[in-house]
Design a binder for this molecule. Structure first.
Ligand code: SF4
Length: 147
């Protein structure tokens, strides 16, 4: 079983109320091999919501703020914990998450300036899953390799 970012399956949970539908990802869901999650909704964020990005704080840890500077770190951490709980419950082999998202991104995320600049790093949920030995992929990886 896999965890999949719900927006990749066409669920309108993205910050702007839209989705990131990827037909090749939905195949796994239709085959009964995946469960959908939206960590930001699981963390209590509303939809729609203002966009958020990860920034470093003065002590070297990560914070997540929206474009108006409001701190949503607690909600992002909660969403990550809930997603991990679900992944463990279903015995997930891995997760296919939305690239570059502050929750779901793997390897690259936006830099906190809201200017579409990318930096190396993981989203908060992707990071927690990987720390718990759940392999994270994005929709940009080859699904055939994942299966
Ligand atoms: Fe999609 Fe993840 Fe953002 Fe939810 S948190 S909208 S699943 S990228």
């Amino acid at each position: 079983m896999y965890i999949i970012s719900a927006c990749l399956a066409g669920v309108n949970c993205r910050y702007d109320g839209g989705n990131n539908f990827e037909p090749h990802i939905v195949k796994l869901l239709n085959e009964g091999k995946a469960i959908l999650v939206c960590p930001e909704q699981l963390g209590g964020m509303t939809t729609p919501r203002l966009p958020c990005e990860i920034v470093g704080d003065n002590y070297g840890s990560k914070k997540v703020v929206n474009i108006e500077g409001k701190d949503f770190t607690k909600e992002f951490l909660k969403g990550a914990e809930e997603t991990l709980k679900i992944a463990k419950l279903i015995g997930a082999k891995g997760a296919i998450l939305k690239a570059r998202s502050p929750s779901c991104g793997k390897g690259q995320v936006y830099d906190g300036t809201f200017k579409k600049r990318l930096v190396k790093g993981n989203g908060i949920t992707a990071d927690l899953l990987e720390k718990n030995c759940i392999k994270v992929y994005t929709e940009e990886d080859n699904i055939d390799d994942i299966k």
